[in-house]
Design a protein around this ligand. Structure first.
Ligand SMILES: Nc1ncnc2c1ncn2[C@@H]1O[C@H](COP(=O)(O)OP(=O)(O)OP(=O)(O)O)[C@@H](O)[C@H]1O
Ligand SMILES: [Mg+2]
Length: 275
């Protein structure tokens, strides 16, 4: 499966330009992050990818076919996690809310129940299954919204700032989950301004600023460009900031925590061996 976004422009009805010629490519089994400051167009791009708004010009193709011509068939393949979980909550009870997605797929009632129960368990929110989604905490609401998406089990996951209201366990779970979905061959797009999360999960990163892609590529290229990141208001990952201060002349800068630890260990062994 392949999605191509070709030279997409979008302005909101009040005239605000949000995307000014964005092109990108997404493939199955790949995690792609959209990293950019406030107002750079990340959420707008996810809405376009979900087929919820149409570009003013340019096109979005799924395996070479325009998504607008695929209509609801395409929209059913997509699951979007809105930036504000409250926008996602529709039913009066958590459990019902989580079952909206699978119900739209016309699954048998038993299967819907099983799916809902298993995602609520996995996300650690089974105890609030009978509560109103408006009488739970914000982070719990974010988990309910994510649970709904997982129960739907779409082919394309569009996640808008999925880590922003999660605690440490929540974020670890999210990272694990994203890796699992990648292994299942899903298309996964994560919009975020959290470079730490982006560093841990991404196969490729598109850096957005004022509706344009200003840099794109593998995380070890995009996320190590401290000058570019800071110039648009994105804090480079801690790994990159620390390593480049300690080793200002290093050619390879580690992006993931695991890689930083390995580099420090290698360096220490080298020092000890040469004593
Ligand atoms: N409903 C709307 N009507 C008019 N303008 C909008 C609307 N939603 C967003 N915009 C504008 O579109 C541009 C892109 O916004 P978007 O929400 O896509 O940015 P973002 O990268 O997701 O930002 P954030 O990090 O704050 O979530 C901004 O200039 C914003 O003010
Ligand atoms: Mg946004």
């Amino acid at each position: 499966m392949k999605i191509e976004v070709i030279d997409v422009h979008y302005s909101y009805p009040d005239g605000t330009p949000a995307l000014q010629g964005v092109s990108l490519e997404l493939r199955s089994g790949e995690v792609v992050s959209l990293l950019g400051p406030n107002g750079s167009g990340k959420s707008t791009l996810l809405l376009i990818l979900a087929g919820l708004i149409e570009p003013l010009s340019g096109e979005v193709l799924l395996n070479g076919e325009r998504i607008s011509s695929l209509g609801t068939r395409y929209r059913k393949m997509c699951g979007i996690l809105f930036q504000d979980p409250v926008d996602q909550l529709l039913a009066p009870i958590v459990e019902e809310d989580v079952s909206i997605g699978p119900r739209q797929l016309d699954l048998p009632e038993e299967e819907i129940k099983d799916r809902v129960e298993s995602v609520l368990l996995r996300l650690g929110i089974i105890d609030i299954r009978g509560k109103s989604p408006y009488k739970i905490s914000y982070g719990q609401a974010a988990k309910v919204a994510l649970a709904g998406l997982l129960a739907q089990d779409p082919d394309i996951y569009l996640l808008d700032e999925p880590s922003s209201s999660l605690d440490l366990y929540g974020v670890s779970f999210l990272i694990e989950l994203i890796q699992e979905l990648r292994d299942q061959g899903k298309i996964i797009v994560v919009a975020s301004q959290d470079s730490e999360l982006v560093a841990e999960i991404s196969d490729r990163v598109y850096l957005l600023d004022r509706g344009r892609v200003v840099s794109a590529g593998k995380p070890d290229r995009v996320l190590t460009d401290i000058e570019m990141l800071t110039s648009i208001g994105i804090r480079p990952p801690t790994t990159v900031r620390i390593f480049s201060k300690v080793f200002p002349n290093a050619k390879e800068i580690p992006v993931r925590e695991e890689d930083l630890i390995r580099k420090i260990r290698d360096f220490l062994y080298l020092v000890l061996e040469n004593r």
